[in-house]
Write a protein that binds this ligand. Structure first.
Ligand SMILES: [Zn+2]
Length: 119
């Protein structure tokens, strides 16, 4: 991969990182505000804790992607970005465009989803 492409993906990853970071911190702030609101009755509180649980499950997924994005950025710096971390083959360009933080090529990804691949 040439440096132009590295720059392209670095930019994409940085944008995604910023976006995820915003969402994750917003969720955390919402959680704190809901806790501090003492005017709620019991029904409100129940609804709130449900919403919170939902938001936190959302945000743990986002946190996970954020971690993948950080790892991908580290691979850009090392110059190994764009290669499958498992079989070391080049990852399809189309796949990188869609999911630039992906760690695996499509065939390793499929194996991983079936539980056939060691991390
Ligand atoms: Zn692979």
């Amino acid at each position: 991969m040439d440096s132009k492409k590295f720059d392209h993906f670095r930019k994409k990853l940085m944008e995604k990182k910023e976006e995820l970071f915003q969402t994750v911190s917003k969720t955390e702030q919402y959680g704190r505000e809901a806790d501090e609101d003492s005017t709620q009755d019991i029904a409100d509180k129940a609804a709130n804790s449900y919403t919170k649980e939902f938001l936190f499950s959302q945000s743990s997924n986002e946190r996970f992607i954020l971690q993948l994005v950080n790892e991908a950025l580290a691979r850009v710096e090392k110059g190994t970005f764009g290669y499958c971390i498992s079989c070391e083959n080049e990852i399809q360009q189309k796949r990188l465009e869609a999911v630039p933080w992906t760690r695996h090529c499509i065939s390793c990804q499929e194996m991983q989803e079936q539980g056939l691949l060691e991390e």
